[in-house]
Design a protein around this ligand. Structure first.
Ligand code: ATP
Ligand code: MG
Length: 364
């Protein structure tokens, strides 16, 4: 990935422009952490990038960025710019391209996100990113008050980076986070949820949650229950305790998991019926809340006689043949009875035994 990125920078420079890797990638490389995507910044405009790269996937010219696929890897390339007249404390109303990296760095959020790498693999550190990375400190590029007022999402980004990197937030920035937390109301739900997801799934989530509480953000984020939430490893278990289904947009799987975790959390998790009805995933999530040992839960689940209706040793067709009947609602009654008998250990999942039981109880 790194070599490909260097070749991409080289290619842009062959057209007479400059380009650097910036943001998360140089930061995580310096910290020897794993990384995902590579962000590139350059003085070439989106239109000029179109001429350089055959495979431009999307263009977000309004914000001066394009996504290109280069040697099968996707890169987000953003033209050096400055932003001004922030609308709603989130989106700049207008952007303007600028000529130099120095100016582009000024519009970025935190010093730790300003380290760059040039086409020769050389680090470019214009405003002391490495020093702050060494000191594990999160500090805004400019004045923290103005920075947060310009874009209140930075409040959550600061906490997200503090949690994921296990860094401290500079005291002055903390003060302004407290003061301007109310501006989060103006930020889109989805942007906020993305950051909260990252905080709730970080290995230092307890620290991230503590910051959200100490910096008085839970009310502004409409998650007051965070204060009494039990801190467990899974992100979805944290969300399940926050009563936030009507506050944020969750995908179908998340919604279903949250609903089921809340339904099952007060039930006896080690019971065969609970394990069968809710499945191992939901029960494991609920176990984080009610303290049931996950290993025990796994063992118990491995031993339940059936995991679904398909495991019953006789099929609905065979039951119809046996009783000489056409399929009908009676099947539901019999199958549900069989499930209960099997889960209660009153019947073995053995075809002969099930046939005898059905004849005895359902043949008229
Ligand atoms: P990640 O590891 O999550 O990708 P990242 O630092 O690369 O972290 P991105 O959201 O990919 O974060 O953004 C890339 C870079 O763009 C950031 O490092 C930062 O320099 C700049 N940036 C992103 N969001 C903002 C913002 N809200 N305000 C100012 N600069 C931002
Ligand atoms: Mg990134």
């Amino acid at each position: 990935m790194y070599e490909t990125a260097l070749r991409l920078l080289e290619k842009i420079s062959n057209y007479g422009y400059v380009a650097y890797m910036v943001g998360g990638y140089p930061r995580d490389l310096y910290l020897k952490r794993t990384f995902t995507d590579i962000d590139i910044c350059t003085d070439a405009t989106p239109m000029e990038l179109h001429q350089i790269f055959s495979e431009v996937v999307t263009t977000n010219s309004e914000y001066g960025s394009v996504t290109v696929v280069f040697e099968k890897i996707k890169f987000e390339i953003t033209t050096f710019r400055k932003e001004f007249k922030y609308k709603d404390h989130r989106r700049p109303e207008k952007i303007e391209y600028v000529d130099t990296l120095e100016e582009d760095i000024k519009r970025r959020d935190f010093t730790i996100n300003t380290l760059c790498i040039d086409k020769d693999g050389k680090q470019i550190d214009l405003i002391g990113a490495k020093q702050d990375l060494d000191n594990k400190i999160i500090r805004t590029v400019g004045n923290p008050k103005q920075s947060l007022k310009e874009d209140a999402l930075r409040i959550l980004r600061a906490i997200r980076f503090a949690a994921t990197l296990n860094f401290t937030i500079e005291p002055k920035l903390k003060t302004y986070i407290k003061k301007y937390g109310y501006l989060l109301k103006k930020i889109s739900k989805d942007r906020k949820k993305d950051e909260l997801d990252l905080i709730f799934s970080s290995p230092n989530k307890a620290y991230g949650i503590e910051l959200l509480i100490d910096l008085k953000l839970t009310e502004h984020l409409e998650i007051p229950n965070l204060k009494k939430a039990k801190i467990t490893p899974s992100m979805i278990v944290t969300w399940a305790q926050l009563d936030a289904l009507d506050k944020y947009n969750f995908n179908t799987i998340e919604k279903e998991s949250i609903r089921k975790i809340n339904e099952v959390k007060d039930k006896e998790l080690l019971d065969n019926h609970t394990l069968y009805n809710y499945g191992l995933y939901t029960c494991t999530m609920a176990a984080e809340l009610n303290g049931v040992d996950k290993k025990l839960l796994n063992e118990k689940y491995a031993k339940i006689p059936i995991k679904s209706r398909l495991d019953i040793a006789i099929t609905p067709m065979e039951i119809c043949d046996l009783l000489n009947k056409k399929a009908g609602s009676f099947l539901k009654t019999i199958l549900s009875d069989l499930e209960n008998q099997l889960l209660d250990g009153k019947l073995n999942n053995d075809k002969e035994e099930l046939i005898n039981y059905i004849i005895e109880n359902y043949q008229n």
